[in-house]
Design a protein around this ligand. Structure first.
Ligand code: MN
Ligand code: MN
Length: 356
């Protein structure tokens, strides 16, 4: 049980970062993130006994009702990462504006963005939740951060990862050199490398989408899903399964484990919604991980990692997973004029029955 020959997260980070500029600060920052995730994991695991379940009266900047654990997790992330001179500032789903490192601490060369508790509406039903994080270089290291500092394309990320608080607690991480999965040994309190060099299967027969929004979908999305649902007798010639957990981390973790495709597309609810997931601390870090694991992450029209951010809490259509399926969905977006939702030609699948 002592894992003598297994690599711990600390060991992995030290080995991976020792030759990088600013490597030791990055190690310290990511160990702070890991410590935050361990604390959130314990808080989540205590459930109602820890007094941390339930909703607050407050809403966050996106107008979403905050769960107690949203706020507690946010405080945990901040407390475990603001000291030590590693970051210049933080940005979180739960904070309207960026958080500059206060004057009593040194300011460092990195920026940390996070969704401290993803899937928080699942807490009370005891379904997996998680945390998502992204590390950027601070454009003005040591200076007080401004919103613009955080508006970097995902391709500039230094590191990204998530923790999932499920039957076991896991952390999945990339530093731009592949994706590695660590499992928390709750006795030693260490994350231990259990899933080295994760690769997402290129082919899949599993998709995940909130089908209750189907009347608002764009034609290429409708076409894709209808073709999946048509199964063996349809243009795809094979049966598909559908999954929907309504928790990004849980959906992504399934896809990292056995493949699949996830869609939260743009839709034409009034007014048209540019998707639901947030670019900088949800889609971007996941896209970095997905690409590093051999998958694709797209808006439908191009790489998530190339989207130019304009706002801290901006939302983005997000389609990711097994390469073959995401490439196909991108192809449908190119070949179908989705700027016109009402075009009757694209409301039926008749026209496209023979397309492969
Ligand atoms: Mn989230
Ligand atoms: Mn959240």
């Amino acid at each position: 049980m002592l894992h003598l020959n297994r690599t711990t997260l600390a060991q992995y980070l030290i080995e991976e970062c020792q030759d990088k500029d600013g490597g030791s600060d990055l190690v310290a920052l990511l160990l702070g993130v890991a410590q935050a995730c361990k604390m959130i994991s314990r808080t989540v695991a205590m459930g109602a006994l820890g007094g941390a379940t339930g909703k607050l009266d407050s809403t966050n900047v996106q107008g979403e009702v905050q769960a107690k654990l949203d706020v507690i997790s946010d405080e945990i992330f901040r407390a475990r990462t603001e000291f030590g001179g590693y970051v210049a500032g933080l940005a979180s789903e739960e904070m309207d504006d960026p958080y500059p490192v206060p004057p009593n601490f040194e300011r460092g060369q990195y920026l940390l963005l996070y969704d401290p508790l993803d899937g928080s509406s699942n807490i009370d039903v005891n379904v997996s939740v998680g945390s998502i994080f992204s590390v950027l270089n601070a454009p003005r290291p040591g200076e007080e951060v401004a919103t613009e500092d955080f508006l970097q394309t995902g391709s500039k990320q230094v590191a990204a990862g998530y923790a999932i608080y499920g039957p076991s607690t896991k952390m999945v991480l990339t530093l731009g050199n592949g994706v590695n999965g660590f499992t928390l040994d709750p006795v030693l309190g260490n994350f231990v490398l259990t899933h080295p060099d994760i690769k997402i299967p290129e082919t899949t027969q599993e998709f995940a989408i909130n089908a209750s929004n189907s009347r608002f979908w764009e034609p290429p999305v409708t076409r894709y899903v209808e073709e999946c649902m048509a199964g063996k007798t349809g243009p795809r010639g094979k049966d598909f399964n559908m999954r929907w957990v309504a928790s990004l981390v849980a959906e992504a973790h399934r896809i990292f484990t056995r493949g699949g495709v996830f869609l939260y597309p743009r839709d034409n609810k009034q007014p048209p919604k540019p998707g639901r997931l947030r670019l900088l601390y949800e889609a971007s870090p996941m896209a970095f991980l997905i690409e590093q694991a051999g998958g694709m992450a797209s808006t439908g029209h191009g790489r998530i990692l190339e989207v130019e951010p304009t706002e801290l809490h901006q939302r983005v259509p997000f389609i990711f997973g097994s390469k073959e399926e995401v490439a196909r969905i991108e192809e449908y977006h190119q070949s179908t004029p989705d700027d016109d939702f009402k075009n009757p030609l694209f409301n039926t699948r008749g026209l496209f029955r023979d397309a492969s």
